[in-house]
Design a binder for this molecule. Structure first.
Ligand code: SAM
Length: 293
């Protein structure tokens, strides 16, 4: 019998690039063609019916709106950088979250967008150009080689969205459901490798002396890339003065209950929420009151 993938219909989400267009104008423009409303949780995010085809829409082509899923749009919002901050996006390409950060910072302050892969760094530059943000410096290199005490020692916040298995995305999940799939051993090796990098990168982020907020995110549903990574750095986080905070406390789905404190973590479900994401937020103790600085 032919393999029939499950029907996954999800609303189409677009994030208004407030560097170029305000939300009401976007609602007005899109409302001429589509049924559109504001998302109830994420500012600047609009919800359209499933299968809305926007890829040739003038607002997409001119960078006024970005097609970006809800879970993906949570990440920069959780970091919540303030205008004027210096922020490091550790693993940036293709740059959706980078330009979201720029919009949240109203184009003020500085974003260093690091990307290891040369071709992907070019894509990142294209995204930055399209967004109109003038405060993003693209850095083609290895995040692990950035000296925390070097030229970027003053960064106040780090967004770490490292390479992951992508097992939370619909395409990957369908792939897992294919009957002919026989790659379990390869998967374990690959997952272990990814998790080792993710732990190293998160530990590195925790070593920047002026950082007040760190967001760690993946589009994976695997505990080994998510809760286990966070759990492994907790002793270092604590000794460097960080604690886990609770992003979007009203969100029901939290981390798997595998260690004390995992209720702070946020998960989205690949079926119920149509996309499996994971978000952890580390906050430097005592910095909460100064978040407007
Ligand atoms: N945050 C991006 C966005 O929302 O558009 C997606 C980032 S993607 C999940 C991870 C990226 O990290 C890839 O482009 C990969 O090339 C890059 N990467 C992997 N290892 C890296 C490293 N050591 N330093 C910097 N970037 C790295």
């Amino acid at each position: 019998a032919l393999y029939q993938p499950p029907d996954i219909t999800k609303p189409c989400y677009v994030r208004v690039n407030t560097l170029k267009l305000d939300v009401d104008s976007a609602l007005h423009e899109l409302g001429k063609q589509f049924k559109v409303q504001k998302d109830d949780m994420i500012p600047h995010l609009l919800v359209l019916p499933p299968h809305t085809d926007l890829h040739n829409h003038s607002l997409v082509l001119n960078g006024s709106i970005f097609v970006q899923g809800k879970a993906s749009s949570m990440v920069a919002a959780v970091l919540d950088p303030k205008p004027g901050w210096e922020v490091l996006d550790a693993c940036s390409a293709p740059g959706n979250k980078t330009v979201h950060l720029a919009a949240l910072m109203k184009g003020k302050g500085k974003i260093i967008a690091c990307e290891l892969n040369k071709d992907r760094a070019k894509r990142l530059e294209d995204t930055v150009r399209l967004s109109g943000a003038a405060n993003i410096e693209v850095l083609h290199g290895d995040f692990l080689n950035i000296d925390p005490k070097g030229p970027f020692s003053k960064v106040s916040a780090i967004l770490l969205d490292p390479s992951c298995s992508g097992s939370g995305t619909a395409a990957q999940r369908l792939d897992h459901l294919l009957p002919s799939r026989t790659t379990d051993v390869v998967d374990t090796v690959r997952l272990n490798k990814l998790a080792a990098f993710q732990k190293k990168a998160l530990a590195h982020a925790l070593s920047f002396p002026a950082v007040k907020r760190i967001v760690y995110s993946t589009c994976s549903i695997n505990q080994i890339e998510n809760e286990d990574v966070v759990n492994s750095v907790l002793p270092l986080a604590t000794s460097n003065g960080f604690q886990l905070a609770t992003p979007f406390p009203q969100w029901q789905r939290r981390g798997l209950p595998v260690f004390e404190g995992s209720e702070h973590l946020l998960r989205t479900d690949p079926v119920e929420d149509k996309e499996g994401f994971f978000i952890a937020l580390f906050v430097k103790k005592g910095s909460e009151k100064n978040s407007e600085e």
